[in-house]
Design a binder for this molecule. Structure first.
Ligand code: SF4
Ligand code: SF4
Length: 261
């Protein structure tokens, strides 16, 4: 057995003993076996339910991570015990190009097809930029860049600078003569690595990573961006009638435009 894995098991048993002695008991232990809504998984992780069904808690991904970004959940972490996760504020994922945590996984709980794409020769290649570990979210009320103070810590540290985080320039209405350089996150490119959260200078990070299912809304089937082909694709297999009918629906837009003539 690998030393890290042995250490983890020993720690788990010790912690469990302490928890039981402290009155936490089995109920708390069992509770931690469930899916945790705020947990961040390594790159290529299956969706949470399938991940929990596939992960055998062997810790091989943790062993393979050269940056000690991953940890296995222990009793008291309030996460499914023995499963790998990372904590952006202290140990973000460094987005290794060869993603060593993925081939180390013996069960496919970390699935390389989720972070692979065809190269020019038609070969599948790993691309860590396709990872969707989470999504960075900005608290504009505490981010000092939104106060008008110059700070680009998150923007500069982002491995996908100008794609995952861009800067919006607006006039600082308070001073009347300065600009506000505010970071903006783009969900299409953000991998959720958490390097921005680690770099943030505020006491509690004003940019932080959440699981995507929690950070994002879901568009209604009734509304789509007619000017965006990818958004139109979303509705292509919809079988139900999603057109809103009102008494005015019988008219075409041109009828209204020509009404006055
Ligand atoms: S991509 Fe690299 S840093 Fe990120 S979890 Fe995998 S091994 Fe660790
Ligand atoms: S290597 Fe795979 S099976 Fe083992 S702990 Fe990591 S995700 Fe789970």
């Amino acid at each position: 057995m690998m030393p890290e894995r042995r250490k983890f098991l020993l720690n788990s048993i010790k912690s469990l003993g302490l928890a039981t002695a402290g009155g936490l008991g089995w109920a708390g232990f069992i509770e931690e076996g469930k899916s945790a809504p705020l947990i961040l998984r390594p790159p290529g992780a299956l969706r949470e339910k399938e991940f929990l069904a596939s992960c055998i808690k062997c810790g091989m991904c943790v062993e393979a991570c050269p940056y000690d970004a991953l940890a296995l959940a222990k009793p008291g972490d309030h996460k499914p015990i023995g499963t790998p996760y990372f904590t952006p504020r202290t140990a973000p994922c460094r987005m290794c190009k060869d993603i060593p945590c993925i081939p180390a996984c013996p069960t496919g709980a970390l699935d390389k097809s989720l972070v692979s794409e065809k190269d020019e020769g038609g070969e599948m290649r790993l691309n860590i930029n396709l990872a969707k570990m989470g999504l960075a979210v900005i608290d504009r009320e505490t981010c000092i860049a939104y106060f008008g103070i110059q700070c680009d810590a998150c923007y500069r540290t982002c491995p996908l600078i100008d794609k995952a985080i861009t800067v919006d320039y607006t006039r600082n209405e308070r001073t009347g003569k300065h600009a506000i350089l505010a970071p903006v996150v783009h969900s299409s490119a953000c991998t959720g690595c958490g390097l921005c959260e680690k770099a943030c200078v505020t006491q509690k990070a004003s940019i932080f990573v959440l699981p995507r299912e929690i950070a994002m809304g879901e568009s209604s089937l009734r509304y789509s961006k007619g000017w965006d082909k990818r958004d139109e694709e979303r509705l292509k297999d919809v079988t139900e009638d999603v057109t809103t009918q009102t008494p005015r629906s019988s008219k075409k837009p041109e009828d209204y435009l020509n009404e006055e003539f």
